[in-house]
Design a protein around this ligand. Structure first.
Ligand SMILES: [Zn+2]
Length: 271
């Protein structure tokens, strides 16, 4: 009699949906279950669902969203005109997707499943209805995960989410446009998500805060000085001095508002 266990693969993997025995080829990571047709991803520690988001944003629309973001309030003034886009690429980027149940509340956690400089991508909210079965036709544009699932579990535990609370784990390939651009001799990267069109960037030429703080300090100091007038007046002459001090404070306050507003307007026009 032959020893049956010798003919079985060393590690048996089962479908995340139907539990059917899967027989992946050596090194195969993306798989369609032959029994239930689910798309699954074979991590070293676990078999999980494999989803993707459909790309609905055209390359032109992605570039337009990037320009709009550059022209917006977060970034340094005129970044849309001063930045030079040096490259743009499209890919399906993998993220770990975990549905966590705490009490009766359901939360979704995302973490990048491959190296990326824009970790902000984890703040993306994915409408559950938008997830679709990963199609092997995307293989050519899909980045293969390099961060194993246990790393995701460790992240969750770091945020106080024990493994038992994870109701569903999946690998999701997100359509992303990666833009590289230069500004003032430095290189930056921004990402436009291809389902929502949202722009993500960890590091970008931001508006400088110091001039705004200076305007705030200047106006605070001015009003402090003005508010001392009635007190000084009162100390000099409790009746007439207080009256004159209050008058000076009111008139001075109104007059002082003008240079403060002018300065604030000038700063916001320049920065
Ligand atoms: Zn199955």
């Amino acid at each position: 009699m032959t020893n049956q266990t010798a003919t079985l693969p060393k590690t048996e993997v089962h479908c995340a949906q139907c539990g059917g025995l899967l027989r992946p080829d050596e090194g195969q990571l993306f798989l369609i279950c032959p029994y239930c047709a689910s798309s699954v991803y074979l991590d070293k520690s676990k078999v999980v669902f494999h989803w993707s988001l459909a790309c609905t944003v055209t390359p032109e629309a992605a570039a337009a969203n990037l320009r709009r973001w550059m022209a917006g309030n977060q970034t340094v003034k005129d970044l849309d005109r001063k930045a030079r886009v040096t490259s743009s690429t499209f890919e399906y980027f993998p993220v770990w997707y975990c549905k966590v149940l705490t009490g009766s509340q359901e939360r979704i956690f995302l973490e990048p499943a491959a190296a990326i400089s824009i970790s902000e991508i984890k703040s993306l909210s994915i409408p559950a209805g938008d997830l679709q079965k990963y199609d092997p036709a995307l293989d050519g544009q899909a980045v293969v995960p390099s961060v194993p699932f246990p790393a995701m579990q460790a992240w969750l535990e770091g945020r106080g989410v024990p493994a038992e609370q994870v109701r569903e784990a999946a690998l999701v390939h997100l359509p992303v446009y990666l833009f590289k651009y230069e500004f003032n001799g430095r290189a930056y990267t921004a990402l436009v998500e291809g389902a929502s069109g949202k722009v993500f960037a960890n590091l970008f030429p931001a508006k400088a805060e110091a001039p705004y703080l200076l305007v705030a300090a200047f106006s605070t100091l001015g009003y402090l000085v003005l508010s001392a007038f009635p007190l000084i007046g009162y100390a000099l002459d409790p009746e007439l001095g207080l009256f004159l001090g209050l008058g000076a404070c009111l008139l001075g306050g109104t007059a002082f508002a003008l240079p403060v507003f002018a300065l604030a307007a000038w700063v916001s026009a320049k920065i």
